[in-house]
Design a protein around this ligand. Sequence first.
Ligand code: GNR
Ligand code: NI
Length: 176
Amino acid sequence: MALLNILHFPDKRLRCKAKPVEEINDSTRQLVEDMFETMYDAPGIGLAAIQVNIPQRVIVVDVSGDRSRPLALINPEVTVLEGIESMDEGCLSVPGVFEKVERADKITVKALNPHGEEFVMDADGLLAVCIQHEIDHLDGKLFIDYLSELKRQRIRKKLGKQGRRQSGFENRRQVI
Ligand code: GNR
Ligand code: NI
């Protein structure tokens, strides 16, 4: 077991598209275990492998609040989306930011489990939101991409040097 380091926005590695897992083996299962440990430690209700710098299509979620419903999805695909709901979201890779995002409120997902078996599940509410949030990570997408450019700019300024440079923060300080 090991705690993995979580990348933070605006790290470009969060923008990579993760590759499907071709063979599920012991190292895949070790990754899943380490991701659960990292997610529970954070604490968070979901984690995508790309957040810990492993660009593979692996996600873990547990929305139970008491660690009783761990769920690992490998190569997940949403096959049905229904309805709309708006929920406050946060992200371990965008610390301290919480904003409303609209997503489908009912989904059907197909994935492989850590034994390499395919399964299909329905999800709604927080679980549906969390799975969509995690699958977005696998495609290099963050929840802040759904916000206005103005809000995203504020977040960029708040988080990290790169954001401050891009927004001209350092130049402005020299002028003042
Ligand atoms: O811990 C998390 N909470 C959360 C709340 C609302 C919607 C999505 C999430 S996922 C987030 C953990 C995370 O960043 N996963 O990628
Ligand atoms: Ni996230």
